[in-house]
Ligand binder design. Structure first.
Ligand SMILES: Cc1cc2nc3c(=O)[nH]c(=O)nc-3n(C[C@H](O)[C@H](O)[C@H](O)COP(=O)(O)OP(=O)(O)OC[C@H]3O[C@@H](n4cnc5c(N)ncnc54)[C@H](O)[C@@H]3O)c2cc1C
Length: 279
C-alpha cells in the first residue's frame, strides 16, 4: 500500500495534484470498511491526519469555520458549536460510538455523502457551505456538494478544507435533532431529522427549516412544508398540512434497515410534534 503523508496543507495539495487517483484518508472509519471489502485495492492513500491547518474550529466574521479534520468528539464538546449550533453538536454526539466519534471527522462524514449520515440534516438547516482547496478552491452550498448516494461534487485533486456555518441572526424558538434507529448507539439511521423554528411576536411562523436524512438520495430540506407554514399560526391543522406536504421533498425507499412507509410515518410524527402548538 502506498501511503502519502503530507505534513501540511500545501504539501497535501501538491501531492494530490500529482496523484489524483489517491484516496484521501481522514479518520478512516468509512475508509476502512471499504478497504476491508476490497473496494480500494491497489490505490494509493493520501493520509491527511498530519495537516494541522484543516483542524480546529474558529469564529470569523459572521461565520463558524469548522476544519474538515475536526472530529465528532471535538464538535460535541466545542463551546462555540454548542452555543451557536447545538443541533450539530447533538448530531455529532449521535454518530456511532465514542470510538467512532474520536476518529471520525466532519469532512469525512460530508465527503462520504451517505444518505443516512447523521450530521447532514443539521448542516442542511444551518445552510452550511463546503470550503475546498485544490484546483482553485471553491465554496459550495451543501445541496450542490451532495450529488447522489455516496457521490459528491469534488473534482480530481480537490479536498474539503472546512465546513462553514453562517451565524444565525436570531436564536431559534425551537430546535430539534432526532435520530431514529434500532439502538441508541452503533446504529445507522432509519431516519434522522434536524429542525429550526422562529416565531414572530404574534405566534405566527417567521421561518421553518426542517431537513431529513435517509429519506432520499441526499439529505432533503422540506421546502414545500417550509414555504407553506411561513406567516401562519401554529395550529394542529397547520402541522397536519405540513406533514401531508412532506413527501413532495423526500422519496424514501424500502431497504434492509427500514421500509419507506415506516420512514414516512416516523418523519411525519417528528414534524407534527415539532410544529405542535404549545401553551
Ligand atoms: C462502526 C461504525 C459506526 C458508524 N456510525 C455512524 C453513525 O452513527 N452516523 C454516521 O453519520 N456515520 C457513522 N459511521 C460512518 C463514519 O464514522 C462517519 O461518516 C465519519 O464521519 C467519517 O469520517 P472519517 O474521518 O473517518 O472519514 P474517512 O473514512 O477517513 O473518509 C471517508 C470518505 O471521505 C473522504 N474524505 C475524508 N476527508 C476528506 C477531505 N478532507 N476531503 C475530501 N475527501 C475526504 C475519504 O476519501 C473517504 O472517501 C460509522 C462508521 C463505522 C465504522
Amino acid at each position: 500500500m502506498t501511503v502519502l503523508r503530507p505534513r501540511g496543507a500545501a504539501q497535501a495539495l501538491r501531492m494530490y495534484a500529482r496523484r489524483p487517483d489517491a484516496i484521501p484518508l481522514a479518520g478512516g472509519t468509512d475508509f476502512m470498511v471499504a478497504w476491508n471489502a476490497g473496494e480500494r485495492d491497489g490505490r494509493a492513500v493520501l493520509d491527511l491526519s498530519a495537516v494541522r491547518e484543516w483542524r480546529g474550529i474558529r469564529r470569523t466574521a459572521g461565520v463558524l469555520s469548522i476544519g474538515a479534520l475536526a472530529t465528532h468528539a471535538e464538535l460535541g464538546d466545542d463551546h462555540l458549536v454548542r452555543r451557536h449550533f447545538p443541533v450539530l453538536a447533538r448530531a455529532a454526539a449521535a454518530v456511532g460510538s465514542a470510538q467512532i466519534q474520536n476518529r471520525g471527522t466532519l469532512g469525512g462524514n460530508v465527503a462520504n455523502a451517505s444518505p443516512a449520515a447523521d450530521t447532514l440534516p443539521a448542516l442542511a438547516v444551518y445552510d452550511a457551505r463546503i470550503a475546498t482547496a485544490g484546483g482553485g478552491g471553491r465554496r459550495l452550498q451543501l445541496s450542490d456538494f451532495l450529488i447522489g448516494v455516496k457521490k459528491n461534487a469534488l473534482l480530481p485533486g480537490e479536498l474539503i478544507t472546512a465546513v462553514e456555518l453562517p451565524l444565525l441572526p436570531r436564536r431559534p424558538d425551537r430546535q430539534l435533532f432526532r435520530k431514529v434507529g434500532p439502538r441508541a448507539a452503533m446504529a445507522i439511521s432509519k431516519t434522522v431529522a434536524a429542525g429550526l423554528l422562529w416565531l414572530d411576536r404574534g405566534g405566527a411562523v417567521r421561518e421553518l427549516r426542517f431537513a431529513l436524512g435517509a429519506m432520499a438520495p441526499t439529505v432533503a430540506r422540506l421546502k414545500a412544508a417550509e414555504e407553506f407554514v411561513r406567516g401562519r399560526k401554529l395550529t394542529p391543522a397547520l402541522a397536519e398540512e405540513a406533514c401531508r406536504l412532506l413527501d413532495q421533498d423526500v422519496a424514501p425507499i424500502d431497504d434492509p434497515r427500514s421500509t419507506a412507509a415506516y420512514r414516512l410515518a416516523v418523519s411525519r410524527n417528528l414534524l407534527r410534534e415539532f410544529l405542535a402548538p404549545r401553551f
